[in-house]
Design a protein around this ligand. Structure first.
Ligand SMILES: [Zn+2]
Length: 317
């Protein structure tokens, strides 16, 4: 009886959005997993050995929507993933947008469309009866309420990818058996000081260079000449290799769930390792904006090609 009532509850939450379903191409149940590797640069991702993610094709070079964690994730939760200038749906939102709030004058139906006025993508899934759960390493998720909105379960964990996986999986087992889910992980190992569980050594100069006090006192002006901090870069590469294993464990879990699942793995923004005299992020620089972007589907064939959208004047802002 409990399960039946729960089913009815989710069905009634879903009904008001039937009209919006007309404006999206997804026609069946689907789980979603969004994974961000904080501060991971595109070239660090390319340099790393990634036996798990490597199975899903080469990453695209994406351009971040923000220079630091807060705006980059706000943009993603509003449906704006990093943008890749390629012809692939979802990587290029002009080809087809993965998640979209509102249906305005666009040429193809997004995979998922939420009604205009929906708070964010997470709340949109929650309102459709999805279980929405997130775990995040970075303090921004504790300090900024906007990054937790829409989540039924959320925890700021600090940098500990293994613990994040365990927590998320335990929630999904408990609350999402037979129920659609939107799951989110922000891993922090690729963020300075580039440390991960079981790491053997951390060059002292990396710790010193990326110490917060030192970063906050950097002059913030472009300098010539400059030298690239290869040790710190290699340390981020090592963290990326560590996160490949953890992300692989999470993907295996979703495989075992057996449901069609769309997975997005990306950097939220990049990092400077001394280019033009700059270290860190939260300022505009090509290496801060350039991030890896990988999108694939589990337990089902790739999504159908984009289909034309019908212009609906009611939805014009
Ligand atoms: Zn970040």
């Amino acid at each position: 009886m409990f399960r039946f009532r729960n089913g009815l509850k989710h069905m009634f939450r879903f009904l008001p959005f039937r009209r919006e379903l007309h404006h999206q191409s997804l026609r069946q149940n689907e789980d979603f997993l969004l994974v961000t590797w904080d501060s991971c640069r595109f070239d660090a991702f390319l340099r790393a050995r990634l036996p798990n993610l490597g199975q899903y094709g080469p990453p695209q070079r994406g351009w971040a929507m923000g220079t630091y964690t807060l705006p980059a994730h706000v943009a993603m939760f509003q449906g704006f993933l990093p943008h890749a200038f390629c012809g692939e749906p979802f990587y290029n939102r002009f080809r087809q947008q993965l998640w979209r709030i509102g249906h305005r004058r666009i040429h193809v139906k997004p995979l998922v469309t939420f009604p205009m006025g929906t708070q964010n993508v997470v709340a949109g899934f929650r309102d459709r009866g999805y279980f929405t759960a997130g775990v995040a390493a970075m303090d921004w998720f504790r300090d900024a309420q906007v990054l937790r909105e829409g989540f039924e379960k959320f925890q700021v964990t600090g940098r500990c990818a293994r613990k994040q996986n365990d927590l998320l999986i335990s929630w999904l087992d408990r609350h999402s058996a037979g129920r659609d889910c939107f799951a989110f992980v922000n891993y922090g190992e690729t963020h300075s000081p580039f440390e991960f569980e079981g790491q053997t050594t951390q060059p002292r100069c990396v710790t010193e260079q990326f110490d917060r006090t030192r970063l906050w006192n950097q002059p913030g002006v472009l300098k010539e000449p400059w030298t690239f901090d290869d040790q710190a870069f290699c340390q981020q590469v090592a963290c990326a290799e560590y996160l490949d294993a953890r992300t692989g464990e999470l993907i295996d879990y979703f495989r075992r769930r057996g449901r069609p699942t769309t997975v997005v793995v990306c950097g939220d923004h990049g990092e400077c390792f001394g280019e033009n005299g700059l270290f860190g992020h939260a300022f505009y620089h090509e290496k801060v904006m350039e991030v890896p972007l990988l999108i694939f589907r589990l337990n089902a064939p790739p999504h159908d090609p984009p289909e034309p959208s019908e212009f609906c004047p009611d939805h014009e802002r």
